[in-house]
Structure formats: structure tokens, C-alpha cells
Design a binder for this molecule. Structure first.
Ligand SMILES: *Cc1c(COP(=O)(O)O)cnc(C)c1O
Length: 397
């Protein structure tokens, strides 16, 4: 044990990163959340309802699957944490269930969220239907065009999808619009952020809610390997919520090496990548100090990855700090490597992964494991949403 806490200080800082850099008009909203979130998350009534919804609605615990044919190919023991089996197909629902309950404790009846590819929007619209709450999703007009299926799901679930026509008409612009909405309706509205990003206390809230993944890994791994922790845990990193959740209970142990995988798009030497830690510098994005991709004038640059969920120019401040401390090793994987890994997992194990999760699988090929070592890969989501990309890349064979 090295006694490291993965929580920020009372101002929301993880070392140099984090904090709450927000317009003054947002202060009351953030202040209310900051004062109440720990008390809510630790209250027996929150824990009871969160646990029971995760079990009966989402289908938790998700299995830890010993993936034998993939193990053989890699040359060590590989386990998959099956977040792809959650209701709505990914880990994002863990966070939205938790936050919709927080909204209830705060007495808020109106939920807003931003979404890029639509996955967080669908997870938010889902829990709003479950709770009968008004739901407004801000989405860039360009993303709306590209993600017709998710847009229709949100609408069928009863959410209002608001197209954002400013800027590049993508995630960053949708986020600005959601913040504007929150400033205008502070009393009745809770803003559900979809990853470990944004001003304090969001990164800590989302990390705590997603840590159910890591706690389950710890227990399930011990059931299969008495007295032991895995030698490695690997997770993909967009904003970093599935990784933060999977790593969380292991950050203070030296026994387990943690590996975060960013998207390198067409390669870090090209201008088409989303490998923030490798290519970025410190700066402020979405209300927190972190590492982000920017040009020489400090303008945020447009990231690229074949996977919409990893295509984010920043990274959660907790990861910037874990990287600086050397507590997690980060590497990056190209589109091509992720596609190959998706194909391998599909034919070896009968599991079609999300493109994001395929990045974590691809990292297995970049490591040198001993044959007696054990590795858990967090399979953050399933591939249904990516079938048209797979079909385009692999053809009809
Ligand atoms: C959104 C998403 C991600 C990336 O988000 P994180 O906050 O980094 O976890 C990864 N995998 C899937 C399947 C997703 O939908």
C-alpha cells in the first residue's frame, strides 16, 4: 500500500489538475453540488437505491469472463470485465443512474446533458424515462446528422434533442449550450456530465459512481484466484470514466499495474489523433485544469479517432495527475490496431466490442506479458453502434 487517495482536495485539485474554473453565474449551482454531493453519495438511502437499480435495472454485477482463446493468443491469462452487458450497452449507465438519483436528492425535476456521439445522451434519456423527469439533450447539428439512430432513441425515450448550430456543431459547442441552459435555469435543473471531466465536483462524482466496476473486478478476481489481485488492468480513455472506475480500488496497491489506452487515430505523428496525454499541454477545458490538445496559441485543436467516444481533446484531471505521478501507464493505439483487435475478439470469443473498447484489447498486443501473469481488460461497451463502421472497414465477407 502506498496510501494514495484518488480523491481531489476540497477545492477539487488532484495535484496541479482539476479545480472549478467557471463563469461566476454558475457558482451557485456548483457550490450547491459541492456542499452536498458527499453527504448524498454516502447516505444509506442513496446507496440502497443505487445498488438496487444497478442490480435490477442495469443487470449488475457484470461478469468477469476468463477469455481462454484470447489468452492463448496473447500468451498470458486474460479476463474481460463485461461492461458491454449493461442495459444500454456500456458503462455510461452507471453514472447516469447515480446522477439522476443525486438530482432527486437535490429536488431537481429537469435534467440536461450534452452528447457527442449520442451514447451519453441515450443513457441520460433512459434514466429520465425511468424516473419520469423532463430531459433536454444538447447535441451539435453535425453530430445529429451523423448519429441518426441514437437521436431517434433519445426521442423515443421522451427526451428533447436540441441541435446546436454554433462553432463546429460538435461536442464542444453542445457543452457550451448546456452550460448556458444551466445558468438560465439553476433552480430546477441538474446537469449530468458524462465522464470524469468538467468542474469540481463532477470528476469526483463520476469516479465514485463508476468505481462499482473496480470494486466488482476486485471481488470477482479473488473468487477465481483466491487471495490475489490481477497483475494488470487495462481500460480505454476518452474522458476517462470507465478507466477511472476500473482503476479506482487499485490505485493504492503496488500489486496491480494500471494501463490507460488513448486513441492515436491515424498515428501520433499525423495531425489526426486523440492521444491527449502524448500530444497535449496543460490548459483549461470545460471548467478544469488538465492536459489538452491545443495549438501554439492555446486554441483547442480538433481531435480525431475512428471511435466517437475517444474523440475528445481533453482528459479527466484525475488522469493528468495519475500520469504525472506515474501511477498509471498510458499508451495509445491507432484506428488500424483497434480494428484488428475488434476482429480478433469477435472471432476468438464471439464478442463484438465497441470500437472504444477495442482500443483496450489492442493494448494487449503492445505489452510483453509473462505466461503466468493475469490481465483484466475493461470491455466498456458492445459493438452494435459500430456495425456500420465495421462493415465499411471489413467489407461484406
Ligand atoms: C463513451 C464511451 C467510452 C469513453 O468514455 P470514458 O469516459 O473514457 O469511459 C468508452 N467506451 C464506450 C463503450 C463508450 O460509450
Amino acid at each position: 500500500m502506498n496510501n494514495i487517495s484518488a480523491h481531489p482536495d476540497s477545492d477539487g485539485f488532484y495535484g496541479d489538475y482539476g479545480g472549478a474554473y467557471i463563469p461566476e453565474m454558475l457558482l451557485p449551482n456548483i457550490q450547491e453540488l459541492k456542499e452536498k454531493y458527499l453527504e448524498i453519495l454516502e447516505s444509506p438511502s442513496f446507496i440502497k437505491e443505487f445498488t438496487s437499480l444497478l442490480r435490477d435495472y442495469t443487470g449488475r454485477p457484470t461478469p468477469l469472463f476468463h477469455s481462454k482463446r484470447l489468452s492463448q493468443k496473447i500468451g498470458c491469462s486474460v479476463y474481460l470485465k463485461r461492461e458491454d452487458l449493461n442495459h444500454t450497452g456500456a458503462h455510461k449507465i452507471n453514472n447516469t443512474i447515480g446522477q439522476v438519483l443525486i438530482a432527486g436528492f437535490l429536488g431537481k425535476s429537469r435534467i440536461i446533458a450534452e452528447t457527442g456521439a449520442g451514447q451519453h445522451g441515450v443513457a441520460t434519456a433512459t434514466v429520465c424515462a425511468l424516473k419520469g423527469l423532463e430531459c433536454i439533450i444538447y447535441m451539435g447539428a453535425l453530430d445529429i446528422e451523423r448519429q441518426a439512430l441514437n437521436v431517434y432513441k433519445m426521442k423515443m425515450l421522451g427526451a428533447k434533442v436540441v441541435p446546436v448550430h454554433s462553432g463546429n456543431k460538435t461536442l464542444k459547442d453542445a457543452t457550451n449550450e448546456a452550460i448556458r441552459d444551466w445558468i438560465n435555469h439553476p433552480e430546477e435543473t441538474h446537469y449530468i456530465i458524462g465522464s470524469v471531466v468538467g468542474p469540481h465536483p463532477y470528476p469526483d462524482i463520476v469516479t465514485r459512481l463508476q468505481s462499482v466496476i473496480g470494486h466488482e473486478i476486485k471481488q470477482q478476481f479473488k473468487e477465481k484466484n483466491p487471495g490475489k489481485n490481477p497483475d494488470y488492468i487495462i481500460a480505454c480513455v476518452g474522458g476517462g470514466s470507465n478507466a477511472a472506475g476500473a482503476f479506482y480500488p487499485f490505485i493504492s496497491t503496488d500489486e496491480t499495474q494500471l494501463i490507460g489506452v488513448e486513441a492515436a487515430g491515424k498515428g501520433n505523428e499525423t495531425s489526426m489523433s486523440a492521444a491527449t496525454l502524448e500530444l497535449g499541454r496543460p490548459g483549461i477545458i470545460h471548467g478544469s485544469m488538465t492536459i489538452l490538445m491545443q495549438d501554439q496559441d492555446g486554441q483547442i485543436t480538433e481531435p480525431y479517432s475512428i471511435s466517437a467516444g475517444l474523440d475528445y481533446p481533453g482528459i479527466g484531471p484525475v488522469h493528468a495527475w495519475l500520469d504525472a505521478k506515474g501511477l498509471v501507464k498510458y499508451l495509445s493505439v491507432t484506428d488500424e490496431e483497434a480494428l484488428q483487435a475488434a476482429k480478433d475478439l469477435t472471432v476468438l470469443e464471439g464478442i463484438i466490442p465497441a470500437l472504444e473498447s477495442a482500443h483496450a484489447i489492442a493494448a494487449l498486443y503492445k505489452m510483453n506479458f509473462r505466461s503466468d501473469e493475469t490481465v483484466v481488460v475493461n470491455l466498456s461497451g458492445r459493438g452494435d453502434k459500430d456495425m456500420s463502421t465495421y462493415k465499411k472497414e471489413f467489407g461484406d465477407e
